[in-house]
Design a protein. Structure first.
Length: 130
């Protein structure tokens, strides 16, 4: 049993629900949830820029608009599920964008904390980082 599976064995049901692909000692597990289908929206210029840079750096394939929570409709901008790594792009740092105003900032914190409880890593990048 992996260390993570051992931790999950003692975790609350909601944390186990966020990690359905991990087999616990008694052999139980859930099939991995299906990923969210693309919302059909066009990628932002920031997302396009990141995707181009990532490809130029020969990074591993990432899934865009990745749904990680079984109940909430949260989407991560990009994810590498095998390593439980999320990449979030924060636009509008200097234009009073959604990510920098109170309600949006609080919602982002809630989402990032939930992603962290899955045992993964969230890397948050500002538009000025690109």
């Amino acid at each position: 049993m992996t260390d993570w599976a051992n931790i999950l064995k003692h975790a609350s049901p909601d944390v186990r629900e966020l990690n359905p692909d991990v087999t616990i000692e008694d052999g139980t597990h859930q099939a991995p949830r299906s990923k969210a289908k693309s919302s059909g929206r066009k990628r932002s210029s920031l997302e396009q820029q990141f995707a181009g840079t990532w490809a130029a750096l020969d990074g591993p394939p990432l899934e865009g608009e990745y749904r990680f929570h079984p109940k909430r409709r949260w989407l991560l901008d990009f994810a590498h599920p095998a390593t439980k790594t999320a990449i979030e792009l924060e636009g509008g740092a200097w234009s009073n964008g959604r990510h920098t105003r109170g309600k949006g900032f609080i919602a982002d914190c809630e989402k990032y904390n939930a992603a962290g409880l899955t045992g993964g890593t969230t890397i948050s990048n500002c538009d000025v980082d690109m």
